[in-house]
Write a protein that binds this ligand. Structure first.
Ligand code: AMP
Ligand code: GLY
Length: 426
């Protein structure tokens, strides 16, 4: 089977890497670190299956365009992608479907939003309605800061049009969990659960990012928890989408919090998580292409197979991220990291260094010829029989990666690995 993956980040590198176990894979536009990257747009590429990675083309209707041209596509149409494109719409749908979520209000007008902050407890959460690359969420115990964020979001100053409408919600507490379900319009099967590290700073401090690391499996999420997520969140959501005439074929990614009062959906994404994909996909034992083609065709056959192994991924970012990152520095050590036992480097914000090689897709193998070109640059995944081993391997890979100002969190999966192995792994 020939598969076309759309996107250019670490998630798309992971998709291409795992799909290439059984398929011929092209990636558009990809990046110089992803083998098989091509410049042509998806519509000009002949493939048996199209897998759309990022939310923006899904919200923009790329899946609809490709389907209209008779192609087999994994990824929701613009109608279903609104789950991620508008948090207010998503919240309304969750309430209609009876899915547990945080108490909230949606606002088009700052005074009303600021008044509503008074109805919250001692934690305030302010979210942009529209897409903001994972950065449009403020969680704070400072009401004045929340009110300032409302003004900055709604004036367009902070996130442009994405912030002109905001969702305010109560702050919840508890372990977070990402459950990515593969849907064929009627049925859904969960991939292995993962947990990601959203804040920039160790210990979960500082601003939200697209994700600084992830691990899978998640000790607090046994199969009972996953079943509950499917029964109380994913399946009712899919049924409500269907009731509204939306044939949802793609990933429904539930971002959850396990609160003392039970599970709550914080958000839905309409795609694989990044960096969750970099841990959940490499662990897959069954064929990814079969799974995605089955879902795209409306005939999911069987649940994906996983073993007892674990994976941990650590994102290497540029100095300044999630603000304006410093870019243009030469990246060293990719080859050495990939040579570590069960370590794979997935490339995201990278560019070819001028004169440093021109072979599409093979630049990463030559190690020294990539430079930093975005906030999140690489995700280094380690795999092993347990979380502690996978974690050690991931950081052994990270130790080779080098450029001025390279930033990593060193606490990714530390607590989870220690909880399983019974000892502190830091
Ligand atoms: P979201 O993009 O909605 O997943 O939000 C990004 C991150 O903000 C989440 O992963 C949580 O860490 C945090 N967050 C979102 N909503 C809440 C909430 N209601 N209470 C506490 N933290 C939240
Ligand atoms: N890791 C969070 C996301 O993909 O949205």
């Amino acid at each position: 089977m020939r598969v076309c993956v759309v996107g250019s980040g670490g998630r798309e590198h992971a998709l291409a890497h795992v799909l290439s176990r059984s398929c011929d894979v092209v990636v558009t536009p990809g990046n110089p670190g992803i083998p098989g990257s091509v410049g042509a747009p998806a519509g000009e590429i002949e493939a048996d299956l199209y897998v759309i990675g990022p939310e923006a083309p899904l919200v923009g209707g790329l899946a609809d365009e490709l389907r209209a041209a008779g192609r087999l596509v994994f990824g929701p149409g613009a109608d279903g992608a609104l789950l991620e494109g508008s948090k207010a719409w998503m919240k309304e749908l969750l309430v209609a479907a009876g899915v547990p979520t945080a108490r909230h209000g949606s606002f088009d007008e700052p005074e009303a939003a600021i008044r509503y902050l008074g109805a919250m407890g001692d934690m305030f959460v302010v979210k942009t309605d529209g897409l903001a690359a994972g950065k449009g969420v403020l969680v704070t115990s400072d009401r004045a800061e929340a009110a300032d964020a409302v003004r900055a979001y709604m004036s367009g100053e902070a996130f442009g049009d994405a912030g002109r409408r905001v969702v305010i919600e109560e702050g919840l507490g508890g372990p977070e969990l990402s459950v990515l379900a593969v849907c064929d319009g009627r049925r859904a099967v969960p991939l292995a659960p993962a947990q990601d590290f959203k804040r920039i700073g160790e210990g979960g401090i500082g601003p939200n990012t697209g994700g600084m690391g992830a691990y899978s499996p998640v000790p607090v999420a046994d199969s009972q928890v996953v079943d509950e997520v499917m029964d109380r969140a994913v399946l009712p959501t899919l049924a409500e989408l269907r009731r509204r005439g939306i044939d949802y074929r793609g990933v429904l990614y539930a971002g959850l919090m396990l609160t003392p009062q039970g599970l709550r959906v914080l958000e839905y994404n309409v795609r694989f998580g990044d960096p969750e994909a970099q841990v959940v996909l490499p662990r897959l034992r069954s064929d990814l292409a079969d799974l995605l083609a089955g879902a795209a065709g409306g005939s999911l056959a069987q649940a994906p197979a996983y073993g007892d192994d674990a994976a941990v991924t650590v994102v290497c970012a540029c100095e300044g991220y999630p603000g304006a990152p410093r870019t243009g520095d030469l990246i060293g050590g990719i080859e050495a990291a990939n040579a570590e036992e069960q370590v794979t480097v997935f490339c995201a914000g990278v560019a070819s260094v001028a004169g440093g090689g021109n072979g599409a897709g093979s630049t990463a193998q030559r190690g020294q010829s990539l430079s930093t070109a975005g906030g999140r640059v690489l995700a280094v995944t380690g795999q092993g029989p347990d979380l502690a081993t996978a974690r050690r391997r991931a950081y052994a890979g990270v130790a080779h990666i080098d450029w001025p100002g390279r930033y990593v969190r060193f606490d990714v999966a530390a607590e989870a690995a220690a909880s399983v192995s019974g000892k502190d792994t830091e």
